[in-house]
Write a protein that binds this ligand. Structure first.
Ligand code: SIN
Length: 346
């Protein structure tokens, strides 16, 4: 009998030794939400601790040796630069542990793409960092958090995931941090990668990749969380007909260091706004032209003489992610040509 127990122990130990180790870092959001009933959209996000998320999906223990840690408990509309730094430092610490194979971050969906892109630029690792969340709180009919978490752990443990940058795993799809964006307010199919499409599918834990994101990220990035203590103030202005360009001057007076202008079409500001942005550049504020259209690159010197005014173009980075790249760029330089080069590389 003793021999049987010993053999069983050795067998279990051998099995777990071959399993990858995945750390789940929980930050809040709907995946940690509690609904009023199974058939209502009313719920409170960011309530359940990481232990509950793990208990709700015992199947993940078959995929990996899983550990959980609560980094913060916020809904993602309340994310701040300070919290990004805190999350990034924790991810950096965990990926540098030799016995850890990958990281999963549970996060609210509203700004998940922003945290994903921030981490994509500042975490120097080849190990998988996978973000996931939910659109429906636990207890809701057809709640999506459990399967999203299962798939995210499977993806982080997959031998195909290393070196592909920060990934977003949602609704059976795998997206690249740079390219993904939230496209739906309530539907479980909440994320898309416009223009380029998904990187792959993940179906009940089985990942299939079809392409990679080619821009610089993670281990090829020149940004490193170890060297970043604070983030500069950068604002996004969303253009529309009859945009009040005096808002720009006011924010410069308030000490803003960078502006992302989400212009119409090819990142176009109105004539009055061009003048306000040009005055900002003269006051040492970096100005990036992005677009509110959601598709296509913003190109240099089309309708706007960028060289004359000292403007930078965002290429095809959306305004909220342009803000992140500009913040990180400003931790290193205010040189317009150098920042422009970064927008073409990252
Ligand atoms: C949030 O972003 O924290 C709330 C919404 C969600 O997680 O889907």
């Amino acid at each position: 009998m003793k021999i049987v127990i010993l053999l069983l122990f050795i067998y279990t130990a051998a099995l777990s030794a071959t399993k990858p180790k995945i750390v789940i870092l929980a930050t809040g959001g709907t995946i940690a939400g509690v609904g009023q009933s199974s058939v209502t959209g009313q719920y409170q996000a960011s309530k359940l601790p990481v232990e509950n998320l793990l208990q709700a999906v015992p199947e993940i223990q078959d995929l990996a040796i899983v550990e959980g840690e609560q980094v913060c408990q916020v809904s993602s509309q309340d994310m701040t630069g300070e919290i990004w730094l805190q999350i990034a430092r924790k991810v950096d610490e965990v990926v540098n542990q030799a016995d850890v194979d990958g990281v999963v971050i549970t996060h609210g969906t509203d700004t998940m793409e922003e945290t994903a892109y921030f981490l994509n630029l500042v975490i120097q690792t080849r190990k998988p960092v996978v973000m996931t969340g939910a659109m429906r709180a636990s207890g809701s009919l057809s709640a999506d958090g459990a399967l999203n978490l299962y798939n995210a752990v499977a993806l982080a443990a997959s031998p195909q995931a290393p070196g592909k940058g920060v990934l977003l795993c949602f609704n059976d799809q795998i997206h690249a941090a740079r390219e993904v964006t939230k496209v739906n307010t309530t539907n479980v199919n909440a994320f898309q990668t416009p223009e380029f499409g998904i990187l792959g599918y993940i179906f009940y834990g089985k990942a299939s990749f079809y392409r990679e994101s080619v821009r610089k990220h993670t281990f090829r990035s020149n940004f490193n969380i170890k060297e970043i203590n604070t983030l500069p103030k950068v604002a996004v202005f969303y253009s529309h007909a009859d945009f009040d360009s005096s808002l720009i001057g006011q924010s410069v007076k308030n000490g803003i260091q960078g502006i992302v202008f989400a212009g119409t079409g090819n990142g176009n500001p109105s004539e009055a706004t061009i003048q306000a942005l040009a005055r900002s550049v003269k006051n040492n504020v970096s100005v990036v032209r992005s677009s509110r259209t959601g598709r296509g690159p913003v190109t240099l010197k089309a309708e706007v003489d960028d060289e004359k005014y000292g403007f930078i173009v965002a290429d095809n980075l959306n305004p909220q992610k342009s803000r992140i790249l500009l913040m990180l760029a400003l931790t290193q330089t205010t040189d317009i040509a150098k920042i422009q080069q970064m927008f073409f590389e990252y």
